[in-house]
Design a protein around this ligand. Structure first.
Ligand code: GDP
Ligand code: MN
Length: 376
């Protein structure tokens, strides 16, 4: 998940990177008081999980506390690229001598990290990168070796950054490693007129797989903009919404992915990816069906289960209990195979629910559900 600037700022400070004094509020009146405490003149900055705030009018210098209040009032509630501003950060302004760009980002394809740095940082870094790629240094970082002072010196030299930035480059790497981040970006990292190196902005993306170690940031997950995805995540389900009409539920990510392919191969579009996992209980099956059936785009659901740890009779039981509880108005196609498949199929046959159809093979089940979803 992406942290807000003020949270990223906190992390950078904890790792010894200089940041301006600052405070966050959701109130314009409070902004005036904070400005007074910070010495009067402040930078007022929208706190949203997106970049380009400066260009959108979300970063503004206020000359005195009343101006800080007016500016905060203007910025609070603003919409920046679809993100509503709920809080502003007020920061002590810094006299900028030079703006640099620095980031560490995971390069999945290369299995390494990449240090990206430029002596021409600031709000126009994207244009610089596009028009003059030579002005942006890209240095691979081996995750096992990390950014040592020698590596940091190499990055600084390649980007044309002053030698005082070497220490900051090492500290930013420590933020990435110790805080379980996939991205640490500082733009601008500035040299002040007093010659100090200060992080004026910060973006940190944490690795969601390490969330159990990062409880301090809470469970507020901006990754789930979709309410159904949020509901599924709250039930511990691995659900991703897609834009088709066939709901797909399976056990195991590999099986679900191949099910998506087979459904697409039959000319229908999957409406979601939902993996109920290897040891799924009847409860989990019910929760999964609940989520998939609440998507209005879904016209039919394919449940594709290969019984392993969870036997097919338990899955069948879960399906029947879910159907009784939810009373769906959409057809379900079920394919059960593997552990206790015979017993599971018999359970569904005995019940003969009008909306539940069984097809013994994966291809056959996909064809059936595609027909149901695309008919009429
Ligand atoms: P972004 O546009 O979302 O990346 O927001 P930033 O925090 O990077 O702010 C945008 C720009 O505002 C920066 O590139 C700086 O040029 C400017 N800025 C931010 N803080 C200060 C400050 O304390 N003093 C001055 N003079 N400019 C600032
Ligand atoms: Mn910035």
């Amino acid at each position: 998940m992406d942290l807000y600037e003020h949270q990223a700022r906190e992390l950078l400070a904890e790792h010894g990177v200089l940041v301006p004094r600052a405070e966050v509020t959701d109130s314009a009146a409070q902004a005036r008081r904070i400005a007074r405490a910070l010495g009067g003149r402040v930078v007022v900055k929208a706190q949203v999980r997106t970049g380009g705030r400066g260009k959108a009018g979300g970063v503004s210098i206020a000359a005195d506390p009343p101006a800080a209040e007016r500016t905060a009032r203007r910025i609070l509630g603003m919409d920046i690229k679809g993100h509503r501003v709920g809080k502003v950060m007020l920061a002590e302004p810094v006299d900028i001598d030079a703006e640099f760009y620095v980031s560490y980002v995971l390069d999945r394809a290369a299995g390494r990290f990449l240090a990206i740095a430029s002596a021409e940082g600031g709000m126009d870094i994207e244009e610089v990168a596009a028009s003059r790629p030579d002005a942006v240094a890209r240095i691979p970082v081996d995750p096992a070796e990390g950014v040592t002072p020698a590596k940091a010196a190499e990055i600084a030299a390649a980007a044309g950054l002053p030698p005082q930035t070497v220490d900051v480059l090492v500290r930013l790497w420590q933020v990435l490693v110790r805080e379980d981040a996939l991205l640490v970006e500082v733009n601008p990292l500035v040299r002040t007129r007093q010659g100090r190196i200060v992080a004026l902005d910060g973006k940190v993306t944490l690795d969601d797989n390490a969330r159990f170690r990062q409880a301090r940031w809470g469970s507020d997950d901006p990754g789930h903009h979709d309410p159904l995805e949020a509901a599924a995540a709250a039930k511990g389900l691995n659900y991703v919404r897609l834009d088709g009409e066939v709901g797909v539920i399976g056990n195991g990510a590999g099986l679900v992915m191949s099910t998506l392919d087979v459904v697409a191969g039959c000319g229908a579009r999957p409406a979601n990816f939902l993996d109920i996992g290897g040891g799924a209980s009847a409860e989990v099956m019910a929760a999964g069906l609940d989520v998939v059936l609440s998507d209005p785009a879904v016209r039919a659901v394919l449940v594709n289960v290969f019984g392993g740890i969870t036997a097919c009779d338990a899955v069948a039981d879960g399906i029947l209990r879910a159907v009784d509880r939810i009373r769906p108005a959409k057809p379900l196609v079920v394919r059960l195979d593997g552990n206790n498949a015979v017993r599971g199929r018999a359970l569904l046959d005995e019940r003969a629910h009008p909306l539940v159809q069984q097809v013994p093979t994966m291809d056959g089940a996909a064809r059936r559900v595609a027909d149901l979803a695309t008919a009429g």
